[in-house]
Ligand binder design. Structure first.
Ligand code: MN
Length: 197
């Protein structure tokens, strides 16, 4: 059985950028629904009992497996999103992530500009990502709906959810305000460093 990941912080920890009200719906309703759906969908299939990431990879790009992919990938994406955020995060990182950002983007300001612009410009529902490619170079990519960069050979380091349910209660149509506040105040650089390896 797949389970709903416990939040790594209290529902109000990310306030005021992301309110307890938003997190209550986002984690307790939207994220939980993907878990409930996937548990129903895998029943009796050859994917029953497989790890989540295996389900995501086995169903990616297969039209007849779209419900399995959408729900498994959305669980993976949300687990990753909650860990990408922390109270008192954001701003410029230190250590090896700072070095990788300087090598890949030239400066933290350039990273910030690209992370914001690419994530804000995702048309419709989706995600903005900081990833590392196979050569270890960092890039910013966006994905639509449930799509996830790990099916494209990219290693995710951090993500920002830009489905409207992630920000509409707090910021309404002002997606850029939400994205910029996440970058400046909530990104969990320790999580990015652990993912960079
Ligand atoms: Mn979401």
């Amino acid at each position: 059985m797949f389970t709903l990941m416990a939040l790594p912080y209290a529902e109000n920890a990310l306030d005021p950028v992301i309110s307890a009200n938003t997190i209550g719906f986002h984690h307790g309703k939207h994220h939980k629904t993907y878990v409930d759906n996937l548990n129903n969908l895998v029943k009796g299939t050859d994917l029953e009992g497989k790890p989540l990431e295996d389900v995501v990879k086995a169903t990616a790009g297969k039209a007849d497996k779209a419900p399995l992919f959408n729900n498994s990938a959305q669980i993976w994406n949300h687990d990753f999103y909650w860990k990408s955020l922390k109270a008192g995060g954001g701003g410029a990182p230190g250590g090896k992530v700072a070095d990788a950002i300087k090598d890949s983007f030239g400066s933290f300001d350039e990273f910030r500009k690209q992370m914001s612009a690419t994530t804000v410009s995702q048309f419709g529902s989706g995600w903005g990502w900081l990833v590392a490619d196979a050569a270890g170079k960092l890039k910013i990519v966006k994905t639509g709906n449930a799509e996830v960069p790990l099916t494209q050979g990219l290693k995710p380091l951090l993500t920002i959810d830009v489905w409207e349910h992630a920000y509409y209660l707090d910021h309404q149509n002002r997606r850029a305000d939400y994205v910029n506040a996440v970058i400046d105040k909530l990104l969990n650089w320790e999580f990015a460093a652990a993912n960079l390896g």
